[in-house]
Structure formats: C-alpha cells, structure tokens
Design a protein around this ligand. Structure first.
Ligand SMILES: [Zn+2]
Length: 276
C-alpha cells in the first residue's frame, strides 16, 4: 500500500506529466472490487470529468488530490497497487478501477490492491471527507515540530496503553505513515515495536521524532519504496532496512540476526539487540 512518500512521488510525477491535459473520457472501474470506494455512478463520473483540465496535484497523508478544472477534485486515497501514466501509443491494461484518457492520446489508469478510494468532489468538498477533514499534521507539515510530537505522545497515552508501533500506525495519529515505513523508523530510533510510548524518555522521544523525519525524507528522495510502483510503472529506489528479506540477516548496526514478530495486525522486522 502507498504511504506518504509514495503519494508525494506520485504528486510530483503527476505535475510533470498530467497537469494541463484535457480529459476526453473518464471511467470508473471495469473490474468490480468490493473494497474500492466510489462516490459517483459510472455515467455521472463520465459526465463530470469530460472536458476538464488537470490542475496541480498535491499529496497529504495517504491522499492524492488532483484538481479537475474547473470545479472538481479527484481524490485518490488509502490505496496501493498501480497508478500509471501511459504515454500516447502505450499498451493499456485490460483491468482498471479508474481511467482517464486525455486529448493528446495519453491515459491514466489506476488499479488498487487491497482497497482504496477513487472519488470525485466539487472543489472544496474533498476537504470534508472523513479522514481528510481534521487530519492531524503529517511529518511534512511545518506544524509537525518536536513540541507538537511530544504533545501528541501525551495525548495518545491518555486512556490507552499505546506502543511505539501503535503510535506510528494506528488511527492516523501521524497521517501518511504505515506498517512499511514504520519498520525502518523504529529501527533508526532503536525502539522495539512494543515499547510503550508512556515510557519513552525525552531522548527516545527526540530520536523517534528525528527518525520519522529522516526516514520519510529518505523514502521520498528514493522516489518511494522499491516494492511499490511510481506513475511510470517503475519501482521506487528506497530499499527498506527492515523487511521480510532482512529476516535472519545481520543487523546493519550490530550484526545480530534480524527477527520477525507478529504484532498489531502485521509483521514487524527488528533487531533484537538494538531495538529496546
Ligand atoms: Zn542491531
């Protein structure tokens, strides 16, 4: 599934390759999927998108906002799989959950993996959508300061016993992070996924905060993770330190064998010696 760095990469690439194009035809999927969320009927989507011009895209959390001007915003979110730009003449996929063909013969298609939202809003209404409305600051926002992070920890502790992995992956406390990037964040911060955040020292809080920023920026610099694809169908260049391939391999810091555990609804990969 795409996380914040992949959405940022897709937004940059959409701005390079889609902005200014005029839509000839927009279609919702031809491949029924129980967990694809649409907010428009097929005909309505086609009517509303025809003739619109693609505006400047942006990413926020796990959402990609693509203005279709005048008056609409295409909102793609909480999704994974493929969002692919096909230049004129390219071979097109037979299955898709979203299709936009443009006046120059190019096409944008999307096919999600597990679930995902492909929704079209009147401009402004997209900010009222559940999970977009009231979104907390993401690691890329200027408001995401260490003071804010320390307050978030205090708030997330009250009434709930929450672990480091829980802080990074649950309830969009830090929008845009997910189980994939969380592994490297915890490794760089030398924190075990189960480490209760109520017991983090000031130094550990600072290390975790720094690791969130460093890791997010490193994945963006790599154009996303290498197990996800960009707008041109190319894998990202960021290779995770802690993933299934690391199990049994020596820790890059201390040489201990990397372990895999199941925790909070997913696999965690960690160094049993470095991460406490
Ligand atoms: Zn280690």
């Amino acid at each position: 599934m795409f996380e914040l760095p992949e959405f940022v990469t897709l937004a940059h690439q959409a701005n390079a390759s889609l902005t200014g194009k005029v839509i000839l035809k927009g279609s919702l999927g031809n491949s029924p999927h129980k967990f694809v969320w649409y907010n428009r009927g097929h005909e309505e989507f086609a009517d509303l998108t025809a003739g619109k011009t693609v505006g400047p895209a942006r990413a926020q959390g796990k959402w990609l906002f693509i203005p279709l001007e005048p008056g609409y915003v295409l909102l793609l979110g909480e999704c994974g799989g493929r969002l692919i730009y096909h230049p004129p003449g390219a071979t097109l996929p037979s299955k898709y959950h979203l299709w936009l063909s443009f006046d120059d013969g190019s096409v944008l298609t999307a096919l999600t993996q597990m679930w995902g939202a492909y929704e079209l809003y009147e401009a402004g209404q997209e900010m009222q959508r559940q999970y977009v409305k009231d979104m907390r600051p993401t690691p890329l926002d200027p408001e995401f300061t260490f003071d804010y992070f320390a307050r978030l920890i205090s708030e997330a502790v009250s009434g709930a016993r929450r672990s480091t992995k829980g802080l990074l992956t649950q309830e969009q406390l830090i929008p845009g992070l997910g189980n994939a990037i969380a592994q490297d964040i915890m490794f760089r911060a030398a924190l075990h996924p189960r480490h209760p955040i109520s017991e983090l020292s000031q130094a550990q809080q600072q290390r975790l905060y720094g690791s969130i920023l460093d890791t997010t920026l490193a994945v963006i610099a790599g154009g996303g993770r290498n197990d996800e694809y960009d707008l041109y169908g190319q894998p990202g260049r960021y290779v995770r330190l802690m993933d299934s391939r690391a199990v049994g391999q020596p820790c890059p810091s201390c040489g201990a064998a990397i372990e895999k555990i199941q925790y909070l609804g997913g696999s965690c990969y960690l160094c049993p010696d470095c991460q406490v």
